[in-house]
Ligand binder design. Structure first.
Ligand SMILES: [Ca+2]
Ligand SMILES: [Ca+2]
Length: 349
């Protein structure tokens, strides 16, 4: 399910995301502060249901640097029933924010700020795999942004803990700048290697007396291990049928079996046009196959986009001729004869 909705709303843009239903928009009174008169933010919101039942909400908003935008949400549609909270993943002019959650309803809004949004922000540089917004990735590289005024000071990080000792990642980072935290730095934070699985990266930016100025948190799931693929059923070999069906499955370290995807390749040499990989599901049926040699390969694909490097394969030959029969001739003598239709009597002197 994927919906895209647009709303033009002076200064304060309110977006409503209702997972599993159409996403209605509820323009409400603007909560905008003193926005410039030419500020008419236009945004789109889309909801995508993930295989595990969660909903990925993606909001595209302006990325111009002449205005400062802030994306906020609250958990209830009822006015005053819940506080607006800022989406920390949404730097003021990044233009895109995506959040994945199990909330049944959420109301989003975009506001134009009259002051630059301050803070530090972090997102995955390349959220690989089925969804570029689900936080499941084979590449843990983090892109970040510092947006504040003041003197440069250290940016420090801590992985998978909130009460440990933060390690300086970037000394004296400028007060308005972008930064990258690569996999080696993350591995250092992890104490040697960054294992597959869920992680929380906590970032802190300090002032000149080492007080914490800003915090940011980025949750992601690292998956660098490819799944395995298994063919469960296949045609006999040789086969007399030009139609057949395969069933197959796979296993992965992190992606549940029912969320694995599969690609297949079927080739019947010497036809090279049939050797592209295509997405498929099990069971997979083939009809009107030609006589001769066939090769079927299937490989699993996990949610992070890792492909099984050793696809499961099955080779078989289709022979549509009736089976040969043996005719008894003279006592003690047999001759092989390939039957035709209808069978003919064969005599030999
Ligand atoms: Ca992903
Ligand atoms: Ca995996």
């Amino acid at each position: 399910m994927k919906n895209k909705l647009h709303l033009l709303f002076c200064a304060g843009l309110v977006l409503a995301a209702v997972p599993l239903l159409l996403s209605p928009l509820f323009p409400t009174r603007s909560h905008a502060q003193s926005a410039p008169p030419d500020a008419n933010p236009t945004a789109t919101i889309s909801c995508t249901k993930l295989p595990d039942g969660r909903v990925c909400v993606t909001i595209f908003y302006p990325s111009d640097t002449n205005h400062n935008y802030i994306v906020e949400y609250r958990e209830s549609f009822s006015p005053g029933a819940a506080e607006w909270k800022q989406l920390p993943e949404a730097p003021h002019n990044r233009g895109l924010v995506s959040v994945t959650n199990s909330a049944t309803e959420r109301l989003y809004r975009i506001r134009v700020m009259d002051q630059p949004q301050k803070g530090i922000f972090a997102v995955l540089a390349d959220d690989t795999g089925l969804s570029p917004y689900d936080g499941i990735t084979m590449d843990p590289t983090v892109n970040g942004q510092v947006a504040e005024t003041g003197t440069p000071n250290d940016l420090a990080g801590l992985l998978d803990s909130t009460d440990g000792v933060f390690t300086t990642l970037i000394p004296n980072i400028p007060s308005r700048s972008n930064f990258v935290i690569n996999s080696n730095q993350l591995a250092d934070l992890a104490g040697g290697t960054l294992p597959d699985g869920p992680h929380s990266l906590h970032l802190q930016k300090y002032d000149e007396v080492r007080n914490i100025l800003w915090k940011a948190e980025l949750d992601f799931v690292l998956d660098t291990h490819a799944p395995d693929t298994f063919i469960i059923s296949h045609p006999p070999n040789p086969s007399a049928s030009t139609a057949t069906e395969f069933t197959f499955t796979g296993t992965d370290d992190l992606t549940p079996v029912n969320q694995l995807r599969y690609e297949f390749r079927h080739s019947a040499p010497p036809d090279p046009a049939t050797t592209n990989w295509s997405l498929c599901t099990s069971p997979l049926r083939f009809d009107n196959l030609s006589r001769g040699l066939h090769v079927f390969e299937v490989r699993a694909l996990d949610l992070a986009g890792n492909l099984d490097p050793t696809p499961a394969a099955f080779t078989w030959t289709i022979d549509t001729k009736p089976p040969s029969i043996t005719l008894a001739l003279d006592p003690g003598t047999t001759r092989r004869h390939r039957a035709t239709s209808p069978p003919q009597t064969f005599w030999s002197g």
